[in-house]
Structure formats: C-alpha cells, structure tokens
Design a protein around this ligand. Structure first.
Ligand SMILES: CSC[C@H]1O[C@@H](n2cnc3c(O)ncnc32)[C@H](O)[C@@H]1O
Ligand code: ZN
Length: 443
C-alpha cells in the first residue's frame, strides 16, 4: 500500500534551509511543510513535492531559518530614537530619558511607539520580541493585533512610573495581565524589575514569591556597568548578582540583561542557577557600558541570548545587525577569532532566545512539531556572491534589507518585503508627528 501524501497548507522550497537544531547543519534543496501553523514536514525537495500541498512557494536563492528572537527591548522607545545620543548610561537615563518619559509617555505614546517597533522588527526578520516598558497592557494589545509573538515584562520600580503609582500597583496589574493572557498562543507575561539600583529587597521578594506562584519569568537589567556594581559594593558590601542570589531570584526563569561585569563568583551563580544572560552588544557599546564575555559564558554552559535594547540606546531594532556585532565583538573580547562563529551566532539569535524566554519547546528552531515562525532571507544579490557557507554569508555579509518573507505560526506577516497587516506610510506619519511634538517643532 503506498503511503498517503502528507497534507499541507503551505510547502516552502528554499535553496537553503537552516534548522539551527541540529547545530551547524545546512540543508540544500529541501522543503518545509506547514499545517495548522506548525511545521509538519522537513525533507529533500523530491520528497517534499510528493506532499499534498494547498499552496507551494518556491524560494530560489533564499535561506529559510527560524525567525529571529529579540530577547530584550523597550519597544515604545522607538519614538525617542536619537533623542539623546553619545552619553554614558546614568547621564542618559537620569538627565534625558527619565525626564522625557515623565513628560511624554502615556497610552497613546506606547501604542504608537510599540506599533512602530513591531513593524520595524517584522521587516528585520524578528518573529518574537521581549518588551519591558510602561503600559504593558497596551503593548500586549498591539502584539495581539499584529500577529507577532512576544514576552511582555511588567515594569516595576520602587518609585511611581507612567501607568502605575507604586510598585504594588504595577505588580497587581502584572498579576491581572498574566491571568488575562494565560492561554494566549503568542504572548507570555513576565515580571520586569528594572534594575538592582531601582528596586529594593522588599519589592524583589514580593516579585520572587509571585513569579514562583505563577511560574513566570523575571526579566531584569543586571550588571550593566562597572559603576552599578561598584556603587552597590560601596553602599552594601555586596555585588548585585550575589544579592539576587541571596534573595532567591536566580533560577532558570531568570533573564539577566546585559551582564558586562562577571566575576568568577557571578559566573558560578549563573551556572548553578541556570539563568539566561541576554547580551545587548550595541547598546553596551553606544553607552560605553562594558563588554559581556559571551564566549566565556558559552563555554561555561550559560544560555546567552541576544537583544537590541531600546531604540534610544542602539538606535535600531536590527537583530541581524546585532548578531553580526555580537559575533565580531565576541572575538575581540575573547582575543580569539574562533569565538562565536557564524552558526553559533545564529543560534544565539534564535534558539537561545527561545530558551531564555521559556518557549524553546514551541519556537527557535525548524523542527517538526514546532510552530512555523520563519524568515526567508534573499541571498541572491551581488553583495552575497559567491556563497561558500550561506550561514556565514547571512551573518557577516547580509543586512536586514534582504529579509523577504516572514511567518509567525504559519501566518504571513511580511510578503516580498511588504507588511501584510500594517500600513507603513501611516506608521511613518504617526512617528513623525510624535517627533515634531517632542522636539517642540509642532506648529
Ligand atoms: C522598567 S523598564 C523601562 C525603563 O528602563 C529604561 N531603560 C531603557 N534602556 C535601559 C538600559 O539600558 N538600562 C537601564 N534602563 C534602561 C527606560 O528608559 C525606562 O525608564
Ligand atoms: Zn534595556
């Protein structure tokens, strides 16, 4: 008896298929089949063509990979892009960004800024992002409407913030949003204590208890600069990582963003507790914050994911570019050209991000059974020729302008470089109107 043909909604036939898992593999002339939003088939082209596909899409000259995962950012800060450049972290935050946020951030700002960030990220090959910003309920509505996947981290500080008069209020809102979105297929809610220098022990303990009860992730800026660590040691005699360990916050659900300062004791804590580190190399470079020792962490077994940080400290949400920066910087920091090779860099931008966000059973690699979160990069242009290793070409010689198509859960959000659900000219006009208002040029 001949086997019945596999039924597919969509069959994709790229020149190269990079599954990320197994590591280091490139399949040439293979097909990937999607049914009900999931990957149900991966195999040689000849086998793929035997499937019973409702739609077949040839992708000549294209590399199909898992969608990129931007594991740290502040989406609505796109509207502050370029507002305060070339400054160190604390001057940038205390003298420019926090006053601007106090003046401008409201629900409309977050809606417009988040939609702009979502569109930029889709066009850049990102299928999932982590957001940590004010009015998280608004951001989650934007994500829901867009079709993208996201982790929404509830911002918590010891002082009032836009949308929450106290840390207790922010935590209450977080619990409510967590409950509302518990069964959402694309959105996960996490808790986002801002940083060790803005959240005291009392609130950190509350967050630990609630995150434990809900099995929720904790997403936090940690050890971003040497100044942060030195100030904590001077004031308390304890490094922030040691403090977080003592308070019981560290564990596999803990996402430590930045980590440019890592002593042997800090590294041991990361390894023992199985935390993820989220590396934001361009923000760290631009604010002169320091260098995360990515290769050392990777060799020690720490899961290192990648983030852009907000557009006010980067100044773009280009995770492909960020991956290139990470790969180059890792070599300089390790003093070794073999550090973070192109294949591992792509893994960091995909599967490691999924693992950090606790969604690696669903996304992060091209495997049968996972959701069809995919990006197709066009490598047929002259700047990519000739092609010896398509992954090397993607990381070292390709820009986000080569992103052609993108799917989340099998749904197309980008077709031939065009957004399918968002109006690009409206997004640009809205951002420009905010720019005129913020810069005081609003006649
Ligand atoms: C509570 S999250 C939003 C809060 O964080 C600020 N922020 C943006 N980028 C950074 C960074 O790199 N380090 C510390 N804080 C940052 C943002 O402006 C909001 O106030
Ligand atoms: Zn940040």
């Amino acid at each position: 008896m001949p086997k019945p043909a596999v039924a597919l909604d969509l069959l994709l036939l790229p020149t190269w298929l990079v599954p990320v898992e197994p590591a280091g593999v490139v399949f040439k002339d293979h097909g990937l089949g999607i049914r009900d939003g999931c990957i149900v088939f991966i195999g040689p082209r000849a086998e793929a063509l035997k499937c019973d596909a409702a739609q077949v899409r040839e992708l000549p000259g294209m590399l199909l990979s898992p969608g990129l995962i931007n594991a740290h950012g502040h989406a609505a800060m796109t509207l502050f892009r370029g507002l305060a450049d070339d400054l160190p972290l604390m001057t940038w935050l205390e003298q420019h960004i926090w006053p601007a946020e106090a003046k401008w951030v409201d629900e409309d700002f977050v809606r417009d800024g988040t939609n702009l960030a979502i569109a930029e990220q889709i066009k850049g090959g990102i299928t999932c992002f982590s957001d940590m910003y004010f009015y998280p309920k608004i951001a989650s509505t934007c994500v829901h409407d867009s079709g993208l996947r996201a982790q929404i981290a509830i911002p918590i500080l010891d002082f009032p913030i836009p949308g929450a008069a106290s840390a207790d209020e922010a935590i209450r809102q977080g619990i409510e949003l967590f409950g509302d979105l518990k069964h959402h297929p694309r959105i996960k809610v996490a808790f986002g204590p801002h940083a060790p220098y803005t959240v005291g022990d009392e609130n950190l303990e509350k967050i630990r208890v609630i995150a434990e009860e809900l099995d929720a992730a904790i997403h936090m800026h940690v050890h971003e600069t040497a100044f942060e660590v030195q100030q904590a040691v001077d004031n308390t005699g304890e490094r922030p990582m040691a403090r977080l360990g003592r308070l019981g916050l560290l564990g596999p659900r803990f996402q430590a963003v930045h980590m440019t300062q890592i002593s042997d004791e800090d590294q041991a804590l990361l390894v023992e507790s199985n935390c993820s580190v989220i590396h934001c190399p361009e923000s760290n470079l631009k604010l002169a914050s320091g260098f995360c020792p990515v290769e050392r962490l990777w060799q020690a077994g720490v899961n290192v994911a990648l983030g852009t940080d907000g557009a006010a400290s980067n100044n773009d949400l280009d995770l492909l570019g960020e991956t290139r920066t990470a790969a180059l910087l890792a070599k300089a920091v390790a003093g070794s050209a073999t550090a973070l090779d192109a294949h591992r860099a792509l893994r960091m931008a995909t599967l490691n991000g999924a693992r950090a966000l606790g969604i690696d059973a669903t996304v992060g690699s091209l495997e049968v059974g996972k959701a069809a979160d995919l990006v197709a990069f066009d490598l047929s242009g002259l700047a990519q020729q000739p092609i010896y290793d398509p992954v090397s070409q993607l990381i070292y010689a390709t820009g986000r302008d080569c992103v052609k198509h993108l799917w989340v859960g099998g749904k197309p959000l980008l077709e031939d470089g065009r957004l399918t659900r968002m109006d690009e000219s409206k997004l640009i006009a809205t951002a420009q109107a905010w720019g005129r208002r913020i810069s005081g040029h609003n006649e």
